[in-house]
Design a protein around this ligand. Structure first.
Ligand SMILES: [Zn+2]
Length: 140
């Protein structure tokens, strides 16, 4: 029987091309966790400052809390929190949705991959720098 001889000895001069991808994936995983935590925190603040909302949320476990904002509680949320927090919540939501769809980090406009640096700075960025500044420049 022929024994397979390992030819791995000279693998050192091959830089791992998948390394970067793996780094991106773990970054996305981390971001998802942190976004869920932020979302839960906003919801927790709501509960602390609003008894009506507390009644709505009561009975849910912490896992459901993360999903609470996107469901029928949405309207009550708007009443309970300011538009600013709601906007943040929506941004977090859409980022989470994009992570689930595997579209996270891709520009919503041109589809280009947004550099990880930018995503680290703005975890819910939807557009690449180019499209974003184009959007902002577009005046009346
Ligand atoms: Zn773009």
């Amino acid at each position: 029987m022929e024994k397979k001889t390992a030819k791995r000895a000279s693998g050192a001069d091959h830089p791992e091309k998948t390394e970067r991808k793996a780094g991106w994936q773990s970054f996305v995983d981390e971001t998802e966790r942190s976004l869920l935590a932020q979302k839960a925190e906003i919801v927790a603040n709501l509960i602390a400052g609003n008894n009506d909302f507390k009644e709505v949320i009561e009975g849910m476990d912490s896992k459901d809390l993360a999903d609470a904002a996107s469901d029928d509680i949405d309207r009550r949320m708007i009443e309970a929190i300011g538009a600013q927090e709601l906007k943040r919540l929506k941004l977090i939501d859409s980022a989470l949705a994009r992570i689930k769809q595997g579209k996270y980090g891709l520009c919503a406009k041109c589809g280009v991959r947004i550099p990880q640096e930018r995503m680290e700075a703005i975890p819910y960025a939807l557009m690449c720098v180019g499209c974003k500044s184009q959007e902002e420049r577009r005046g009346p």
